[in-house]
Design a protein around this ligand. Sequence first.
Ligand SMILES: NC(=O)C1=CN([C@@H]2O[C@H](COP(=O)(O)OP(=O)(O)OC[C@H]3O[C@@H](n4cnc5c(N)ncnc54)[C@H](OP(=O)(O)O)[C@@H]3O)[C@@H](O)[C@H]2O)[C@@H](O)CC1
Ligand SMILES: [K+]
Length: 473
Amino acid sequence: MREQWKRESMARKWRCWVHWVKHRSTVLSGIPRQGACGRLLNQKEAIAVDEELMASPGFSVDQLMELAGLSVACAVATAFPREQYSTNPAVLLVCGPGNNGGDGLVAARHLHHFGYAPHVIYPKANQKSQLFVNLTTQLAQLSVPVEAALPENLERYCVVVDAIFGFSFSGAVRAPFDEIIRRLSSGPPVLSVDIPSGWDVEQGPPAEGVTLQPGFLISLTAPKMCAAHFKGRHFLGGRFALNDLERANAELGALLPQLRQACQGLSVVREAQAQGVCASELVPGHLPNEEVEARHGHRAGGKDVVPDDALHPLARPRQAPAAAKWDWVGTKGRVRAQGPCWRPSCPSPDSCNAGAGCPVHLRLQEQHGRDTEQYLRAMLAEGPFHPFSKHASLNEVSARFGRDVPADYPLPVAPGHVRKAKHTCRRPDCPFKGTDRACRGGRECEGRVRLGSFQRVIGSPLVFCNAGMRIAL
Ligand SMILES: NC(=O)C1=CN([C@@H]2O[C@H](COP(=O)(O)OP(=O)(O)OC[C@H]3O[C@@H](n4cnc5c(N)ncnc54)[C@H](OP(=O)(O)O)[C@@H]3O)[C@@H](O)[C@H]2O)[C@@H](O)CC1
Ligand SMILES: [K+]
């Protein structure tokens, strides 16, 4: 009896909510809201849905924020899978003064647990609310750095999570966030939370000034009107909508996410733009590819259901270049890599030759300097086919090829440009003493020590030959 009463009461509340939102939508919106993601919420509706979630079903702010932050972390993990990196990938989360910033703080905690290395920038930390104090304390206890200023070098991050402003943003961006947004606009790929920061919630990107163009967006609860101007990979998150969404969607004409499966952030499929119409549809992550194809008439391509050409260049999946494209040229014991760079964080993937200006290379050099073993480890950790710069020594390239080179690939050793192994063995009876051949024994032999360290690093067999270091493939 009590159960039935509960069910009826829930149903009554739900009908009230649907009626109320429907009525509000009609009254409040004068602007058409058919965009890239179906019917989109305007600013007042977004705020109203948020308030309603707290009022009627009694969600608390921290509950909503926890789910929102978790879905942000899931979207990052989907777009930048942890398995693609050999060390914990660095993620920069820039958090603003409101609840959008709170989502970023929560996401940082989950990303830490997912095996990422989050770094939080929180320029206007909210010290008054206990919720925000708790969130920063939790991060401190996990040793997640929380700082006020944006770091100088953004290239070390595989993605920047923009949790600066959400649906309460209005007007022109004020300091210090104007400068932050300017810098983020030319850095690594950006994933925006709910609203791309600096965009008007309804009108989209500002007409003038620097604009953030994120490659990824995760809308919370439902996409807002500005999402109509977004051209990247779109996720929906926040499992806090109420029962009976299908009915709600039908009645409201809105697109509230149906998060029935385990994943928290869902991709939104951008339908083929054949008739110039860009209507998107929410597709649960578990939908079979054939069905996606049937419904949208384009190749779903594994997990990625967004056609590549609809994506922001930084959001497009990178393909490993064919081995033939790689041309390693030995020059005075140094080598040069030619071919497109496909490091996920490369700022210019099509033109980068990882030369002296390659920030990754510079950073690795800066961090590890002459410590060969550390430097090699760091190089290898950058992922497969990291193109070495002009300044990489032949030995480093040899070490790299020892791991990844295809069996039929020519050795990167150009005649006449091979570094000769120095004879540095101090044994008085060394048979190679006085010759230009390297000693194969002797504890002090520099070649042997180095050989040992390469083997430790890459675990592949390297042998000495007369001409210098070669790879045993
Ligand atoms: N149900 C949901 O969907 C859920 C939503 N959630 C999340 O909450 C987000 C909305 O949060 P919110 O209401 O706290 O506002 P938000 O946009 O973060 O920031 C407001 C701050 O920005 C500031 N500010 C404004 N304009 C500015 C300007 N031009 N230049 C500079 N500053 C400016 C403003 O300062 P003030 O104007 O007050 O001085 C204030 O401090 C929402 O998008 C979603 O991410 C989840 O957490 C839970 C479930
Ligand atoms: K944002």
